[in-house]
Ligand binder design. Sequence first.
Ligand SMILES: Cc1ncc(C[n+]2csc(CCOP(=O)(O)OP(=O)(O)O)c2C)c(N)n1
Length: 467
Amino acid sequence: MTLELNKIFFCTGARNHDLLKIFDQHDVRFEYDERMASFKALGLSKMTQTPVGICTTSGTAVAQCVPAMLEAYYSELPLVLISGDRPKKLHGTGSPQTIEHEMLTRSCRRSYLEIDSSELSQVDLNQLEFPVHINVLVDDTVPHNIDINFHKELKAYKNFIDKIKKPLFIFSHENMSMRPFIEKFAQSKLTFYAETLSGGHDLSPIKTEKKLIELFKAGFFDAVIRVGHTPLTKIWRLLEKSPLPVFHFDARNLPALSFGEVLPMNSDNLLKSDEFWRMTAQLLPYPVADETIWSLEELIQKYPEAEISYCDKLNQLIHSDDVVYLGNSLVIRFFELTQKKNLVVFGNRGVNGIDGQLASAIGLAMGTKKQVFCILGDVTTFYDLTSLRDMPENLKLIIMNNKGGRIFDMLKLDKRIVMEHEHDFKDIAFGLKLSYSQKISDFNQVQVLELSPDRAQSEAFLQEWVR
Ligand SMILES: Cc1ncc(C[n+]2csc(CCOP(=O)(O)OP(=O)(O)O)c2C)c(N)n1
């Protein structure tokens, strides 16, 4: 073992998951709050005067380590930040949870390395000045080279659709609701999938991601046309592995993939462009019937205590006029799956962090007189506990306490990163004088509602659903 670290504070995430096996010989402690974990590492390195590691996933997780790294820099402490990153070719593309890690630690490190996972165990810390930032490119082998073309005019869209017949339109999200555009687009009878944050999920002819994936894998589409920012759907990651021609209407001028044609226009620009509608009219409708919605209903009846069924109940209890804020992880996926109403839905999907979620919902509630419903996972809520001190009256927090980061279970990753627990938020809520209940029947009575789905039912539901 060359990489000599007293201990590694391993902060759970999918991107750095593969690095776990490299730390087999190390003393690993699992964490999920990177800011706290890096200060714990700082304290340990102060006491022992030995190098201590923090390992994080990509995105804001790395930024959360900056305060402790700053302290380490000015206190001359041997802190070693190891960040899991996406392959180099995806940098600068806006691909999911991909940001520039290097810049984040410029003012708080004395050494920086960018290496492949295979090189990590060989790093000799004796050759480096502390604090150290090691950025590891965890390659999930994107099989093709970067092929992005940036355009300035709609003519490029015309050239694109001249060569295709059955595109899938994906409407993800933008700063403002995309609903006016989606309403008009729906009249074309072309096939599209509108994600929940687009503001038009209820209008989507493809109702579930399951159907979307089925069609994609069956080769039903010959191209993809995206309007909006980086999508949530798994299709987006599948596309990197099984590419189709893709056209991106993204006002940020980002492909969010390693390939495609990019035009910096948003849904409002398109809504007002006669040219866009004229061009799109040349595509012939090819309707799809989404029967998956019936099997979904059956499973909801069969497993009423499953997490998806709770999301369905919440969808029924929330009114069309209310505002919803969804935490990253399973909540946003399951809420979308069961959404049938026209709702205004927000989330932080810029870089998908689980940090500051309740605080973001508090800010939203401060900006409106409407009722805001914030639905978060338990780990996400723990990450932002201090925000609980300051809940505006028009904000209701719903905690989906499935006792750990269950997304990692769904992704079939190492069980240890689920960080299973038996905690609940009851005493914290009462201690902060918040009205609280664990019963969904108290939905209208309390400000903090904690729901605990039945594990066995959630698992059985998912098994039957994805089969
Ligand atoms: C700041 C930050 N750290 C780590 C992650 C990686 N991450 C994604 S989901 C997740 C677990 C979320 O758990 P929970 O809120 O309980 O939701 P569940 O997975 O159970 O739906 C983690 C740690 C992240 N996205 N952002």
